[in-house]
Design a protein around this ligand. Structure first.
Ligand code: MTE
Ligand code: MO
Length: 488
């Protein structure tokens, strides 16, 4: 047993040296080409939709950390086997380690990190195996192993630091809006403790995308191209976009994966160029296209129904969020925002291209995976306070939260039901427009015992939030949130 434990450890250590070296090289070139991330990205793309939904539901925003951890664990187990093999026939072990590294090389956009990972890993395995076979199992072996472990830590740490440095927030000077939003009203933030803030701070804004590493986009070299079925292909640099008249709007973004009562929703003030102003320059007067196929810096695609995006709503290519440039997480330097459509069919981050085409001709990432193509955000509402299963002091308290009916003439009413009784009308916070969510609250004299609270929205067209449950796939969840609280 012990005789195998040491070579297995050599295998694991060699793989760590390789992975760390690959990570460092990727940090300097293309961070997403780091070997473990390249495999992880492929797993994300190949995972069937129901499994993805399950993972998002189980692990929430930790889904990616868990995925990367699992890939790394798998690599290390196989690397242990490679170490044991290498102790008998070095070539076999080296070959297995080579295969482990070859897989990411085939999947990544850039093979250099994988090649370096392979060379470093096999080199480490060779030196460890040889030192032991030369009878240097004692002090020299320990020194070598220690040195390699420190080296792996240093390379991995340096890679991390370089990546975060390169994807740091870059502030661009944003011109004032030609068409500003009205002054932002004071919400209920201070009056109803525990309620979502009326405007979501960028640092708290939910993040949903398929990426494991943030892209590194150089604002100076970035362009946005409009092509496909247009009169003339046009491209804009960031400076050219900023020189156009900018609109400023308060818009609530929602993810189709948001479960009833979920957290994948955020409300911000966006600054950008009207989508129709850009499309006009390309000329779409006589186009037969029915979709805008947006492409991001790495080729991720998002489709948007052309008719919806150009129906007069405030669709834009945004360059600013909450008064600053976009952060790397939220699409720097530019992204699409379309009020009323779920993010997966509208909100392409790190956008570089809009191709006018048809759904019959070209599929986007989610369309290929059978999600809806035209997906308006369903009206819904959420209880922020009290929290599910919370224990509340008996007496006067408040039930409060947010409700949304983007682009459906907004939220007209919010109703709360306590213990299956009649729906009672909640009080509404101020309005920041129909494309923005609304805060609400209901004073409540809580009697001791267990209580069930439910909430629903009525929109400006008198449509009532349905109680019929639907899963996020394929066009968004529905149902009424119901929570249980204890009053003591
Ligand atoms: N390039 C790119 N853009 C993307 C995505 C993505 O995976 N890649 N995800 C979309 C989805 S599903 C949503 S809900 C929104 C989320 O935007 P946020 O992360 O800024 O909240 O971005 C959209 N834009
Ligand atoms: Mo989403």
């Amino acid at each position: 047993m012990r005789t195998r434990l040491v070579p297995a450890g050599f295998g694991v250590l060699s793989a760590l040296v390789g992975v760390a070296a690959g990570h460092l090289v990727a940090a300097l070139t293309e961070p997403s080409a780091s070997p473990v991330l390249a495999v992880g990205s492929q797993v994300i793309d190949l995972t069937p939709t129901p499994v993805k939904e399950w993972a998002i539901a189980q692990f929430g925003t930790h889904d990616k950390a868990i995925l990367v951890g699992s890939v790394l664990a798998g690599v290390l187990v196989l690397a242990a086997v490679a170490g044991v093999l290498a102790a008998r026939r070095f070539l076999y072990g080296a070959a297995l380690l080579g295969v482990l590294v070859a897989v990411p090389a085939l999947l990544a956009t850039d093979v250099l990190p994988s090649l370096v990972a392979g060379a470093a890993g096999i080199g480490a395995l060779w030196s460890l195996t040889r030192t032991r076979q030369a009878g240097g199992g004692g002090r020299r072996g320990v020194l070598l192993a220690g040195g390699l472990a420190v080296g792996a830590l240093a390379m991995g740490g340096a890679g991390r630091w370089i990546t975060s440095y390169r994807s740091r927030v870059v502030e661009i000077d944003l011109p004032a809006a030609a068409d500003p939003a009205p002054p932002f009203p004071t919400g209920l933030d201070d009056r109803v403790p525990g309620i979502s803030s009326f405007r979501t701070p960028t640092s708290d804004f939910y993040r949903v995308d398929t990426r494991l590493a943030l892209p590194i986009v150089d604002a100076d070299g970035w362009t946005l191209t409009i092509d496909g079925d247009v009169e003339q292909e046009v491209s804009f640099t960031l400076d050219e976009l900023l020189a156009m008249p900018l609109v400023e709007r308060d818009i609530t973004l929602t993810c189709v994966s948001n479960e009833v009562g979920g957290q994948y929703i955020g409300a911000a003030r966006w600054l950008g160029v009207r989508l129709t102003d850009l499309l006009e320059q390309a000329g779409i007067g006589s186009t037969s296209a029915d979709q805008i196929l947006s492409t991001d810096v790495d080729g991720m695609t998002i489709s948007t129904p052309l008719a919806v995006a150009t129906d007069g709503r405030d669709a834009m290519i945004a360059v600013g969020m909450n008064g600053r440039s976009l952060t790397p997480e939220h699409g720097f330097p530019a992204r699409m925002v379309v009020p009323g459509l779920y993010g997966f069919v509208s909100a392409c981050k790190w956008i570089t291209r809009m191709t006018l085409t048809t759904y019959a001709e070209q599929d986007a990432y989610w369309t290929e995976r059978d999600w809806a193509t035209d997906a308006p955000i369903k009206i819904s509402s959420r209880i922020d306070t009290p929290k599910p299963l919370a224990t509340v002091d008996a007496g006067r308290t408040v039930i409060g939260g947010v409700a949304w009916a983007q682009h459906q003439m907004g939220v007209a009413k919010v109703e709360v039901r306590i213990d299956g009784g009649a729906w009672q009308q909640a009080r509404l916070g101020p309005s920041a427009g129909d494309d923005y969510w609304r805060q609400w609250y209901l004073p409540w004299t809580a009697e001791p015992g267990q209580h069930t609270l439910a909430v629903r929205t009525v929109d400006g067209e008198d449509d009532v939030q349905t109680a019929v449950r639907a899963t996020p796939f394929p066009e968004g969840s529905s149902g009424v949130q119901e929570i249980v609280v204890n009053v003591a």
